[in-house]
Design a protein. Structure first.
Length: 225
């Protein structure tokens, strides 16, 4: 999967189910995507946080996208999160994550996202091995690229995000390789969100940690389908 900014819990659920997880960091950066933004709750409403990036050509790869550090963007994001979740039961656990985020000196968005994902995974006691597709020096695209990655890793089975089903089907993945294909779907049960009358779904892992804490977030991530 491409490295997302403070991903939703389904991202970590997928990581917990595989032996090796590959960050697809050498594909094109997508503007207004999960690469640099995600949702939290502010004043009981769904709110989009985003980390600004420096403008570049349309074909810029994710690994080459530079964070715009003007206007103290990281501090601004952190202030919004701290204020929004300051009265939550597991504020200290959330603070640990945010302080780690503030300590990162990554120039590139991809490095920042990958470090966050690895940190959260370690707190959730996920033992998956992480790799980056850029380290494999491949020139293929789409399904052909995925197959080459899998072959390099001697994979027997591939767990794909459900969002890739259409193009994998169009490219006839299962006729191009003997590697067994599985599609990962995550619904996740509703967890208790402080001061919310109705559950707001599809939020960043930040909301889960603030409401459940590390220990219960681990249980939630690993037990959810």
């Amino acid at each position: 999967m491409q490295p997302h900014f403070f991903p939703w819990p389904g991202y970590f659920n997928l990581i917990s189910k595989v032996d090796k997880f590959v960050f697809l960091d050498d594909v094109q950066y997508s503007k207004n995507s999960w690469h640099n933004r995600n949702y939290i709750i502010v004043d009981r409403e769904k709110f989009l946080i985003n980390i600004p990036v420096v403008k570049s050509s349309l074909d810029t790869k994710i690994k080459d996208k530079v964070i715009d550090k003007h206007n103290n963007s990281k501090n601004r994001i952190s202030k919004i999160i701290f204020q929004s979740y300051s009265k939550h039961k597991y504020y200290e656990d959330l603070s640990e994550l945010m302080n780690y985020f503030l300590s990162l000196e990554s120039k590139y968005l991809s490095d920042c996202n990958i470090n966050i994902i690895k940190f959260v995974s370690s707190k959730l006691k996920i033992q998956t091995q992480f790799l980056c597709s850029s380290d494999l020096s491949l020139t293929e695209t789409r399904t052909y690229k995925l197959i080459k990655i899998l072959e390099k890793l001697n994979a027997k089975e591939y767990v794909s995000p459900i969002g890739a089903k259409d193009y994998l089907t169009q490219d006839h993945f299962e006729t191009l390789t003997d590697i067994k294909l599985h599609f990962h779907e995550f619904s996740g049960t509703n967890y208790s969100q402080m001061n919310q009358n109705a559950f707001i779904k599809n939020l960043s892992i930040l909301d889960v940690v603030a409401n459940l804490g590390w220990k219960n977030t681990e249980i939630y991530i690993k037990s959810s389908s």
